[in-house]
Design a protein around this ligand. Structure first.
Ligand SMILES: Cc1cc2nc3c(=O)[nH]c(=O)nc-3n(C[C@H](O)[C@H](O)[C@H](O)COP(=O)(O)OP(=O)(O)OC[C@H]3O[C@@H](n4cnc5c(N)ncnc54)[C@H](O)[C@@H]3O)c2cc1C
Length: 394
């Protein structure tokens, strides 16, 4: 029965960008929801989408595995190695849940001292989770924030973004749901903090065609993905609603508004690093070049959170690189909404550390190239500028 539901999932970009990710309220043309609530458009401050406002461009590689992330215990001589890598486009979103699963495997190893290898979204949360469970934890990593791949992610709740392909959805569904629910709950405890590491924002998803007919964005060469967020955790995902034509300031016919959980990655990484250090943790710079390096650690329990790095370190070809380029525009604190316009391969998010503009396209899946292509971001900003220039009420 589960399988039948997943088979309705979208091909193309992960379902977090599929329209089914949010539950839509039924609504009359007046903008009045049938629940009795009236839809109102908030005032929209103009996004200054100009090339001269670009302050940084970055490339990140999603570590996608068709079968889902590798979360398992391996014994190698005296060492217990807990693997926790391969979280595709969902690493930030699922981090706390996967940390809980990894920590349960650490418990099986029965050593009080733990080495976490990797200091990205997965390594930091796994390390903190282990500390909270009473372990003495050291992080060993080649890089640390703000220079890990996780630092260059979009920073939104996207728990089923390229996390598993449709063919493997059934066997992974239960684990995914557990991770998503744990993470979502944990993120709500990070709201309202100084520096706003995590917040809820508003996103407008714009489409040239009716949402019910297309439902998703398709990229060439990608497998089909399940729509886990819609199918398994619709009860915790806030509602979206369609903007009626007379209230729609955007230059496309179909616009859906929904609340989005957003991670301000600069501040959030700092919060994670600080908590880890305050709990007595230590971060050591160390690069591993082969699996035999695991034997050189003092600790007998190691947690491998090397993300895309695991492909080279372990020779694990099950990890497929999925490239993603973003740029940031000078922060505009007055802008309190984002836009996703997947027909034109562009989206913008109102992060505190800069308006984050994401490009995207057919060349990303299977692409390990880590070089920045300035033209890609310049063209994304130009498409965004055109969209904003054509808006009615900003
Ligand atoms: C463009 C883009 C946007 C994204 N947006 C989102 C989003 O909005 N929400 C979301 O949930 N996810 C998003 N993701 C996915 C998310 O970024 C990844 O799933 C996540 O970064 C994986 O984290 P990680 O800790 O496993 O890997 P990393 O961040 O790569 O960390 C790996 C760590 O291991 C270390 N390491 C690696 N190899 C070695 C070695 N040989 N020796 C020693 N240390 C090593 C590295 O130095 C680093 O410290 C996005 C990805 C991309 C590309």
């Amino acid at each position: 029965m589960q399988r039948r539901r997943f088979l309705q999932g979208s091909a193309g970009l992960a379902s977090s960008v599929a329209l089914g990710a949010c539950v839509s309220s039924s609504q009359s043309s007046s903008g009045k929801l049938h629940t009795g609530l009236t839809v109102q458009m908030p005032p929209l401050k103009r996004i200054e989408a100009r090339p001269d406002r670009i302050i940084t461009m970055n490339v990140c590689t999603r570590p996608f595995r068709a079968q889902g992330p590798r979360i398992e215990l391996e014994k190698a001589g005296a060492k217990s190695i807990v693997h926790n890598y391969g979280h595709g486009g969902s690493g930030w979103s699922l981090s706390w849940g996967t940390a809980v699963l990894a920590e349960s495997l650490v418990a099986e190893a029965m050593n009080k001292e733990v080495a976490v290898i990797g200091c990205g979204a997965i390594g930091l949360t796994t390390a903190i989770q282990c500390q909270r469970a009473g372990y003495k934890v050291k992080i060993y990593a080649k890089e640390r924030p703000p220079y890990v791949r996780s630092s260059f992610a979009t920073g939104i709740w996207s728990p089923d973004s390229r996390i598993v392909d449709l063919a493997h959805a059934d066997s992974f569904a239960q684990k995914w749901e557990m991770m998503a629910r744990i993470s979502f709950r944990r993120y709500q405890t990070l709201l309202g903090l100084t520096g706003t590491p995590v917040e809820w924002t508003t996103i407008f998803r714009a489409s040239d065609t009716p949402f019910s007919e297309t439902g998703h964005y398709e990229a060439k060469g990608e497998p089909a993905y399940p729509t886990f967020e819609r199918d398994l955790i619709g009860d915790i995902t806030p509602r979206s609603w369609d903007i009626p034509a007379h209230m729609n300031p955007f230059p496309v016919r179909y616009v859906r508004r929904y609340p989005l959980l957003m991670f301000n990655i600069s501040e959030y990484s700092r919060v994670l690093m600080s908590e880890f250090i305050q709990n007595g943790g230590e971060i050591v710079t160390r690069e591993l070049t082969s699996p035999s390096d695991f034997a050189n650690f003092d600790e007998n329990t190691l947690v491998n959170c090397t993300g895309y790095g695991a492909r080279a370190l372990l020779g694990d070809d099950s990890i497929t690189p999925v490239r993603g380029q973003t740029c940031k525009l000078i922060p505009q604190p007055e802008v309190k909404y984002g836009i996703q316009y997947f027909n034109k391969h562009v989206s913008v998010y109102p992060r505190r550390d800069g308006l984050l503009v994401q490009a995207g396209g057919d060349h990303d899946f299977g692409n390990p190239a880590a070089n920045i292509d300035p033209e890609e971001s310049l063209s994304a900003v130009a498409r965004l500028a055109d969209f904003i220039a054509a808006m009615k009420t900003v």
